[in-house]
Design a protein around this ligand. Structure first.
Ligand SMILES: [Zn+2]
Length: 451
């Protein structure tokens, strides 16, 4: 690993690590097997938790001869991380190194509220930042860019990703989660060319600028927007509308606090999010059967870290529903791409027997030019059935009939998803704007309908 490199000697090569990024897939698989053997041996040898789990499942490092053999290894999930952390404080007995080897720790609260700690050795940390640099480079970030990191720093694993942008050679502003007034001030004065935030905040910030008479396209210099944390960045309609608002390219990123701040990111072709498969082994599994789903089909994302020493994760169920492709990308990279993060298992709604994710509805809301793009899904229970109401807003100055617009949204959703939700078209600015992660679903089941 060339840990002290700033950027490639030839400056503007298309790849950060050409040999690795364009490697034939068979060679990626060979490399993964070697790294997986090391990871499994480390876990078996150093972590009491993993040793016990492997023995209970009747698997061992010696039995790992092909990548297929991994399928016999047991899963872990967020709940397991939390339980081990409580059973063997402070960081749990999945940790494979002595505590003096740890140099960084992030914590994530997740949806259930109890924070889990994610420890790194120095080598883990450096490899992580090289990974981030590789992703940033693939999205076109270059030493000439001024990059404004507008993600929270406190305890949050997305914070240090800024070091990856510095490694690329960009001039980095460590803005963090500051009030939008101050952030807009930085955007006006220092003219960053790239920024990282969430899709809903990018939207909010652009609209806030406009309301102050600042046109992000004309008056600001942001031409690359990195987003993560919500499905919006991979929904073409949402992406397009944010891109139009800013006159910028939007690149979706996917992170997982228990591995890296960003684990996958869009390249300049913007056709899915690349992984670095020499660091992370990706499986997409049918939730019911646990079998791998074919390319393009939806399943749960299950990840295995291949280089992390402090706390390797082996077959970690993320709870995220994704689809992927192993086809070579237009950019020449061979590492697999996520088509999209369709939502979380927890966010999935079952309406009239069909699985519906908020991101499915977002597609319709964002492609309709008579709507502002804001939306909220309200789920109620009536006669023991889940009913979905989609709340949207018409744009300022809309002069058509509300009934007609309502009918169109219902029809569009029905045509593709096969469900007929209730649709409420509200006046503009009725729905609450998100300044961080948008809360799109209000689940009132268990309460009286209409509350
Ligand atoms: Zn690509």
């Amino acid at each position: 690993m060339s840990n002290h490199r700033l950027w490639k000697p030839n400056g503007y090569a298309p790849y950060w690590e050409e040999d690795l990024e364009t490697m034939p897939r068979e060679r990626i698989r060979d490399l993964q097997l070697d790294l997986l053997k090391e990871t499994v041996s480390l876990a078996f040898g150093k972590s009491p938790f993993y040793r016990k789990r492997f023995e209970e499942a009747g698997v061992s490092p010696a039995g790992l001869r092909t990548l297929e053999d991994l399928k016999r290894f047991p899963f872990i999930d967020k709940k397991a991380l939390r339980e081990r952390q409580e059973a063997a404080p402070p960081y749990g007995d999945m940790v494979c190194v002595p505590s003096e080897d740890l140099v960084y720790i992030s914590a994530s609260s997740g949806s259930t509220g109890v924070p889990t700690a994610s420890p790194f050795t120095w080598r883990d940390f450096e490899e992580w930042q090289d990974y981030e640099a590789r992703l940033f480079w693939s999205s076109g970030l270059r030493p000439t860019d001024i990059y404004c990191h507008s993600l929270q720093f406190t305890m949050f694993v997305g914070g240090p990703d800024v070091i990856g942008a510095m490694k690329v050679g960009a001039l980095c502003v460590w803005a963090g989660a500051i009030p939008s007034e101050r952030l807009l001030d930085i955007l006006r004065k220092w003219k960053p060319t790239a920024i990282w935030t969430t899709p809903s905040y990018a939207w909010y910030l652009g609209e806030t600028a406009q309301s102050q008479g600042v046109d992000p396209r004309r008056d600001l210099s942001v031409r690359k927007i990195f987003v993560a944390g919500e499905p919006g960045g991979s929904i073409p309609e949402t992406r397009q509308r944010i891109e139009e608002l800013w006159g910028a390219n939007l690149y979706d990123y996917y992170g997982l606090s228990d591995i890296f701040g960003a684990c996958a990111g869009m390249c300049e072709a913007k056709e899915g999010l690349h992984w670095a498969e020499d660091h992370i082994l990706v499986e997409v599994l049918d939730q019911q059967t646990g079998k791998e789903v074919p390319d393009g089909e939806r399943g749960e994302l299950v990840l295995t870290s291949l280089k992390k020493r402090a706390r390797p994760l082996i077959r970690f169920r993320t709870g995220d529903i994704v689809s992927l492709t192993t086809e070579r990308c237009g950019c020449g990279r061979t590492h697999l791409r996520l088509h999209g993060i369709h939502g979380r298992v927890d966010d999935m709604l079952i309406i009239s027997g069909l699985n519906v994710f908020p991101s499915d509805i977002e597609t319709f809301v964002r492609q309709n030019q008579d709507l502002t793009g804001e939306y909220r899904l309200v789920v109620t229970e009536e006669k023991h059935l889940a009913h979905l109401t989609v709340e949207v807003e018409h744009v300022e100055g809309y002069s058509g009939a509300i009934d007609g617009l309502t009918g169109k949204v219902v029809h569009d959703i029905y045509k593709v998803l096969g469900i007929k939700p209730r649709v409420k078209v509200l006046p503009p600015n009725t729905l609450e704007r998100a300044t961080h992660k948008a809360k799109r679903v209000l689940d009132l089941r268990g309460q009286k309908a209409g509350v």
